[in-house]
Design a protein around this ligand. Structure first.
Ligand SMILES: [Zn+2]
Length: 339
């Protein structure tokens, strides 16, 4: 055999050995391949022996090729061995009885939760829940609620207009009118939802949430309003929460009252939160102005009622002692996870 033929056989043996190691699927197959090519009676040993029959001056070249080929076959064997070992150690370390990794579960946003809590309290008092559109007409948002045409609330400063006639509702009160249009008294509803105003600072957000309440029935008086709101405040905050009513003005109620609760921090003693007054403003309310009944064909001689509206963010801030409304919308998980 010439040295050229021997080198060809060496290269052929290297290619076959590498392929056999790579394709070995088990440790047994790999060992069989090792014996066939790299074993003491293997192919490479035979080829090394054949070197001896070459003329002396041709031996170094063929010998170099043989060493290189055996080296690369040995490396391929080692790599295949490690790959099989690491695969088998993965299998033996897989304990299928271990509990799975839990996916982090989300939960209700504090605003949704507060809204649900408010609605639940009023549901227990006999109110049902109604909803209305967020894009409203000027008629429902202002006119039918007795807002005069020159009322400052209609100003571009406060209201986000979509067009001449359409706007983003500035309060949930339009739903009072929509509810009364659909049914005759008795009407007992609360309306939770988003509202919009051009306002943004530490205590105002351009989008915020309100719950509106409306009760119209025979013989409803201001005492019913105060009773319902007291029941709400004690259920929402604490059983000894006191409320007070201050005269106020809203176009769609007459008489109207701002409602305060005793400060949740100092319980009326006066502190930084209540600015020393002992009271915190929580909502606006009043007896439905008879002028509103004119828009929905209710007989003001037969029926009377009250309405109130509160900011859900405001209630949540008082309940949880927060001082910046913007935190509700920043989606900071460290903040949200507290609730
Ligand atoms: Zn206080």
């Amino acid at each position: 055999m010439s040295s050229q033929q021997l080198i060809e056989r060496i290269n052929e043996a290297e290619a076959k050995a590498v392929a056999a190691f790579k394709s070995a699927a088990t440790a047994e197959q790999l060992e069989a391949a090792r014996i066939e090519y790299l074993g003491t009676k293997g192919l490479f040993t035979d080829l090394m022996k054949a070197l001896g029959s070459l003329p002396k001056d041709e031996r170094p070249q063929a010998g170099g090729a043989a060493n290189k080929a055996r080296q690369s076959a040995t490396e391929a064997h080692q790599a295949a061995k490690e790959a099989l070992e690491s695969a088998s150690s993965r299998d033996s370390f897989l304990d299928i009885t271990l509990p799975g990794r839990r996916k982090p579960a989300g939960h209700c946003h504090v605003i949704s939760r507060t809204a649900a809590e408010i609605c639940e309290i009023f549901a227990k008092l006999g109110f049902s829940i109604a909803e209305g559109p967020e894009v409203e007409t000027d008629y429902y948002n202002f006119e039918a609620l007795n807002f005069p045409h020159d009322h400052p609330a209609r100003d571009m400063q406060d209201t986000l207009f979509v067009s001449q006639e359409l706007l983003l509702r500035t309060h949930t009160s339009p739903c009072q009118v929509r509810t009364m249009e659909k049914s005759q008294p008795p009407v007992w509803v609360v309306v939770p939802g988003k509202t919009y105003r051009r306002d943004s600072d530490i205590s105002h957000s351009p989008m915020f949430h309100q719950v509106e309440g409306l009760a119209v029935d025979k013989g409803i008086t201001f005492a019913d309003l105060k009773g319902v709101l007291t029941a709400f405040a004690t259920a929402m905050f604490s059983p000894d929460t006191k409320i007070r009513l201050r005269p106020s003005f809203f176009p769609f109620t007459e008489p109207s009252a701002e409602v305060d609760i005793a400060c949740v921090l100092c319980h009326g003693q006066g502190c930084r939160l209540c600015k020393g007054t002992g009271w915190l403003e929580i909502l606006g309310s009043g007896m439905v102005d008879p002028a509103v009944y004119g828009f929905v064909d209710y007989d003001p001689e037969k029926f009377s009622g009250f309405a109130f509206g509160m900011g859900i963010e405001r209630v949540a801030m008082l309940k949880y002692g927060l001082d910046d409304i913007r935190m509700f919308y920043e989606s900071d998980l460290r903040f949200l996870k507290q609730f």
